[in-house]
Design a protein. Structure first.
Length: 366
């Protein structure tokens, strides 16, 4: 349940939190929302010696914990101003996520109307939005984000974004002048702040999305190009280095059952050379009363290399109510060649070893 602070108490909220939601004669509101989610996981082969570990995950278990603030103001003639401030939390230690950013998940302000929305700040880019409906596991501890940590963390600093939906046709784009100002935001952090005088390409990023969606099915394609600069992670140590992801994603509803699938084609032109790969995923989500069963398989095929990865995950969720759920999951990550992709996002595994995992957790939304 969300708690909405109406116009009468908005000035008090603004004084306490620094969030303004007022305007003479305007319809305004501020909403507080969030997710509190944590669990316990056990995974095998976390090192070359084959040791196992039991832990409370710091990144995420089922859905990343957060607290957020959304606000809108009606400007008349169908135009609204809005903002989103969303903080990520690590429940195992109570610390702030996304490299210590106060509002590391989202921090943006914008305008929206029948023509779509235009916003500025740190925000989700088109790679994130492209997969959100077809990835049945979402940002789960065992999921495709373990294979490519960027996917559930596809946000851009210093960005301008447009999103529109026209009778089911969805379009969107982002442009960032400096895509990632943190080196400590978890495995997806890349230390590329950009906005360098005399070097327009340094840490720039462009993403785009086009698709169609309705309640029965959806299909989209996205494009994401990021540039590097001195000191950036992933071997993108020059503005001539690039990391490009192209995706095709879709979902189909068969009654209440969702089938989702996609492919992420990635070309990384780094200082160490060119790496090309394709990540395929296929999942099914099946509700049974208060239960939901999710199953997903994924494979990363690295071209001209034997270091491929196969993943299989199953999750069972029981919903006590609309706000509270308990869940359990099992999974396996099979590493080939010299691959060392951990089943649990942000974890470790011995090179070339398979890894099994099991976890249980509890989630509450507000």
């Amino acid at each position: 349940m969300q708690h909405t602070l109406r116009r009468g108490i908005a000035p008090l909220f603004a004084a306490a939190c620094g969030l303004a939601a007022s305007g003479a004669g305007a319809q305004t509101n501020v909403t507080i929302y969030g997710i509190v989610d944590s669990g316990v996981a056990h995974v095998t082969n976390v090192d070359a010696a084959g040791h196992s570990i039991t832990k409370v995950p710091s990144l995420t278990s089922s859905f990343p914990s957060r607290i957020g603030f959304r606000g809108t103001e009606d400007l008349g003639n169908g135009l609204q101003a809005y903002f989103v401030l969303e903080n990520g939390l690590s429940l195992d230690t109570g610390t702030t996520g996304q490299g210590g950013r106060i509002f590391g998940r989202q921090a943006l302000v914008g305008l929206k109307g029948a023509w779509g929305s235009l916003s500025i700040g740190r925000q989700l880019n088109m790679t994130y939005l492209a997969t959100i409906k077809s990835d049945v596991l979402g940002p789960h501890l065992f999921a495709i984000g373990s294979i490519d940590a960027y996917l559930p963390n596809a946000r851009s600093d210093n960005s301008i974004a447009y999103n529109g939906n026209f009778n089911g046709f969805v379009v969107g784009a982002t442009w960032s002048t400096g895509r990632d100002a943190s080196a400590a935001g978890g495995p997806a952090a890349t230390n590329c702040a950009g906005e360098v005088a005399g070097n327009a390409k340094a840490c720039r990023q462009y993403t785009g999305l086009f698709g169609y969606e309705n309640k029965d099915w959806g299909l989209n394609a996205s494009y994401d190009r990021m540039y590097g600069n001195t000191g950036a992670a992933g071997g993108l140590t020059s503005s001539n280095n690039t990391d490009v992801r192209k995706t095709v994603n879709g979902y189909l509803m068969v009654g209440a059952t969702k089938v989702g699938a996609g492919v992420i084609d990635r070309d990384t032109n780094a200082s160490t050379g060119l790496t090309e790969s394709d990540l395929y995923y296929l999942g099914v989500s099946y509700p049974i009363g208060a239960y939901t069963v999710d199953v997903q398989a994924a494979r990363r095929d690295t071209k001209n290399s034997s270091s491929d990865v196969n993943m299989l995950v199953g999750r069972l969720t029981y919903n006590f109510s609309k706000r509270t759920a308990v869940y359990g999951a099992v999974g396996r990550m099979a590493n080939k060649g010299n691959s060392a992709v951990a089943l649990d996002a942000g974890g470790t595994v011995g090179a070339g070893l398979g890894q099994n995992g099991v976890m249980v957790g509890l989630r509450h939304t507000f």
